[in-house]
Design a protein around this ligand. Sequence first.
Ligand SMILES: NC(=O)C[C@H](N)C(=O)O
Length: 274
Amino acid sequence: MEENDQFNAGYGGVLTWEGNVEMDAAIMEGATLDAGCVSLIRDILHPIALARSVMEKTRHKYLAGDGAMAFAIEDGFEILPEGSLVTERAKKALEDYKNSLNKTNSACDDEEEQPEIGDKVFGSPGTVGAVAIDAYGNVAAATSTGGITGKMPGRIGDSPILGGGTYADNAAGCISATGNGETIMRYNVASRILSLIEHFGLTAQEATAAVLEQMTVRFNQTAGVISIDPNGNLGIYFTSRRMSWAYQRGDELHYGIDKGEDIVEIIGEPRVKF
Ligand SMILES: NC(=O)C[C@H](N)C(=O)O
């Protein structure tokens, strides 16, 4: 999905105020609470793979900027020619965003001006997130994003923040979030949802809906989350107008984008049967 320009991750990621793609990603496994996070990544097609390398090959959990790029080179990642991830669509979104700011001509972080997820005006609809559970109850989460259009260079969102936009713990479940990163990280969205599941016995759907509704009321900002609880129940909820999501269970593929939508396709037997 990082290769698909329809998503705000990898190729087609949204642009900083200065017109660059600067990406964040995180991956976490719930059995060990091991994790890898990266920020301020440029010219790499799959930042999520770099996050995984940080998890598996370093003694650290989070690398950013020049150090992360140096590690990527050392680890054999292809560094694309500068600007290779920038699409015409992302450029147009940045231009539209700049034109929409009639108050000031700087990269201010005025929350009122930030588009909500799904907004077609200022860039690709969304961050790419994945959550999964296996037959043994091991959960995992991963999130990859270009952030928000017109962000200041150096800005880091919620996606690589463990407990903010990404988290996985076999005792509680797994989370990937999308939406206004400044709000999601301040509200600790992932850890709040998982607390409700672990300590108050809510299902993934109940906990996800409760926390996102509270966040939206408190901050007047929208977000969306996909989650799975330790019983394998899915949570899919968004306070934005739209969020594209999909999941597979057995041979059924479900997907949707607008509220209440649940399109089902039978895609044949899965290769691994549980
Ligand atoms: N579209 C997104 O989900 C953006 C991401 N949450 C960020 O703020 O970096």
